[in-house]
Design a protein around this ligand. Structure first.
Ligand SMILES: NC(=O)c1ccc[n+]([C@@H]2O[C@H](COP(=O)([O-])OP(=O)(O)OC[C@H]3O[C@@H](n4cnc5c(N)ncnc54)[C@H](O)[C@@H]3O)[C@@H](O)[C@H]2O)c1
Ligand SMILES: [Zn+2]
Length: 353
C-alpha cells in the first residue's frame, strides 16, 4: 500500500492507495459511534451494498443518491442532513463518502455543516476523484447560477483509494480523469508528462503498476500544493490550468454536452494555444502538450470557441480580479504563469487561434 501524508497542521491526514483496499476498509478506519455511508445508485450497486453488509459494526447507515451532477445541489444537502438527524447521528459519528466527485463534494459539505462539523472519510471511486477531488478539502454544491458556488474548505480525516474500483468505470469517465492527470504534468512535473506519453495505453488499460504510479504521483502533487496554500490564495491557483476555458464551455453548454474532464481537456488545449500565441511557450513544447491531449481522443474543434456565451461565461469565473479574466497558462516546462486579460483582449486572442 502507498501511504502519503498531507501536512496541514492540526488537520493533517493520510492518503492510502492500493488495489482491493475496499475489502478490508472498515479495519483501517478506527472507531465511530455510527457511520453514515453516502453514495450514489451506481456505486451502491457495485460496491456500497457489499461494504455495508460485511461491516462488522452495529450502526452503519446508508444514504443513496441519484447518480450525476444534477444531484449536487442544496436540496440534496437538506435531504441528507434531515436523514442524518432521523438516524440519530451525533457529533461522534462519521461520514464516509463512497463515489465520484459528486458524492465526495456533497458528503464533505454535509459533514462540514452538520452540527457545525463532523469528521468524514473520502473513498473515491472515479479516476477524477482519486487524483483530484477527494484530496484537498474543497467541498460544495452548485446553484442554478453556477457550479460550486456554495461550499467550504473542510479536510477529510483520511482518503482511501482502491484502484480496483476503476475496473468498472466507463471509459468516458476514465478519460475525464485523465484530464486532471495530464494537467499535473503540465503545471508541475515535466518528467511525469513524459511518463504519461510513454505509458498512455498501459494507464488506460489499468495496468496495475502504471495506474498506481499515476494516482500516487498526482496525489503527491496535489498534497504538496494544498499543504502550501490550503485556501487558494497563491500556488493552489495553478490547479486551474485549462479551467477558465473549460468551465466556460461547461456553462455555455449548460453542463449537458461534456463531462468536467472533457471540458478541461479542451480548455487545456486552447489555453496551450493561447500560451504559444503569447510567446509563453515554444512551438515544440506546445506540440508535446497537444499531442498528449489528442491521445485521449477528445475532439478539439476551435469552432466551439465561437459560442456566443463563452466570453460571458468566463466573466463569471471565481478567479477573476478587478474585472479581468484570469488564466493560468503554461510557460516553462512544468511551470505556469497567471495572466489577466480584459474581455476584449481575450476575444481578440481567441480569434487569432
Ligand atoms: N472538490 C474538488 O476539489 C473537486 C475537484 C475536481 C472536480 N470536482 C467535482 O467533481 C465532480 C465530478 O466528479 P466525477 O467525474 O467523479 O463525477 P461523478 O461523481 O458524477 O461520477 C461519474 C459517474 O461515474 C459513476 N461511478 C463512480 N464510480 C464508479 C465506478 N467505480 N464504476 C462505475 N461507475 C462509477 C457515477 O455513478 C457517475 O455516474 C464535479 O461535480 C466537480 O465539480 C471537485
Ligand atoms: Zn477540474
Amino acid at each position: 500500500m502507498e501511504i502519503l501524508h498531507i501536512d496541514l497542521g492540526s488537520h493533517s491526514y493520510t492518503i492510502h492507495i492500493d488495489s482491493g483496499l475496499l475489502t478490508n476498509l472498515p479495519s483501517y478506519l478506527g472507531s465511530a459511534e455510527a457511520w453514515v455511508v453516502i453514495t450514489d445508485e451506481v456505486v451502491d450497486g457495485l460496491y456500497g451494498q457489499e461494504l455495508v453488509e460485511n461491516w462488522n459494526h452495529n450502526r452503519v447507515h446508508k444514504i443513496v443518491l441519484p447518480a450525476g451532477e444534477e444531484t449536487k445541489n442544496l436540496q440534496t444537502v437538506e435531504e441528507i442532513l434531515r436523514k442524518m438527524l432521523n438516524f440519530g447521528v451525533t457529533r461522534r459519528s462519521r461520514v464516509l463518502a463512497l463515489g465520484g466527485g459528486v458524492v465526495g463534494d456533497l458528503a464533505g459539505f454535509c459533514a462540514s455543516i452538520y452540527m457545525r462539523g463532523i469528521s468524514y472519510i473520502q473513498v473515491p471511486t472515479t479516476l477524477l476523484a482519486q487524483v483530484d477531488s477527494s484530496v484537498g478539502g474543497k467541498t460544495g454544491v452548485n446553484l442554478p447560477q453556477g457550479k460550486n458556488l456554495v461550499g467550504s474548505f473542510y479536510q477529510p480525516q483520511g482518503v482511501f483509494i482502491d484502484i480496483k474500483t476503476l475496473g468498472t468505470l466507463p471509459r468516458r469517465h476514465l478519460i475525464s480523469g485523465m484530464a486532471e492527470v495530464i494537467k499535473y504534468g503540465i503545471i508541475y512535473d515535466y518528467a511525469f508528462l513524459g511518463y504519461l506519453h510513454r505509458h498512455f495505453e498501459d494507464i488506460l488499460s489499468l495496468e496495475e503498476k502504471s495506474i498506481k504510479k499515476v494516482i500516487t504521483r498526482c496525489c503527491e502533487i496535489k498534497a504538496q500544493v494544498v499543504a502550501e496554500d490550503e485556501k487558494e490564495e497563491g500556488i493552489r491557483k495553478i490547479l486551474n490550468y485549462g479551467h477558465t476555458i473549460g468551465h466556460a464551455l461547461e456553462i455555455a453548454t449548460e453542463y449537458q454536452h461534456y463531462t468536467h474532464g472533457e471540458a478541461v481537456l479542451k480548455g487545456m488545449y486552447v489555453e496551450a494555444l493561447m500560451a504559444r500565441e503569447l510567446g509563453l511557450i515554444d512551438p515544440a513544447y506546445y506540440n508535446e502538450i497537444s499531442a498528449l491531449i489528442q491521445e485521449t481522443g477528445v475532439g478539439l474543434n476551435l469552432d466551439e470557441l465561437l459560442h456566443k456565451n463563452l466570453i460571458n461565461s468566463m466573466q463569471k469565473d471565481k478567479k477573476n480580479r478587478g474585472g479581468n479574466i484570469s488564466f493560468v497558462l503554461p510557460c516553462n516546462k512544468g511551470e505556469t504563469a497567471e495572466v489577466l486579460m480584459t474581455k476584449e483582449e481575450v476575444s481578440h486572442l481567441l480569434q487569432k487561434l
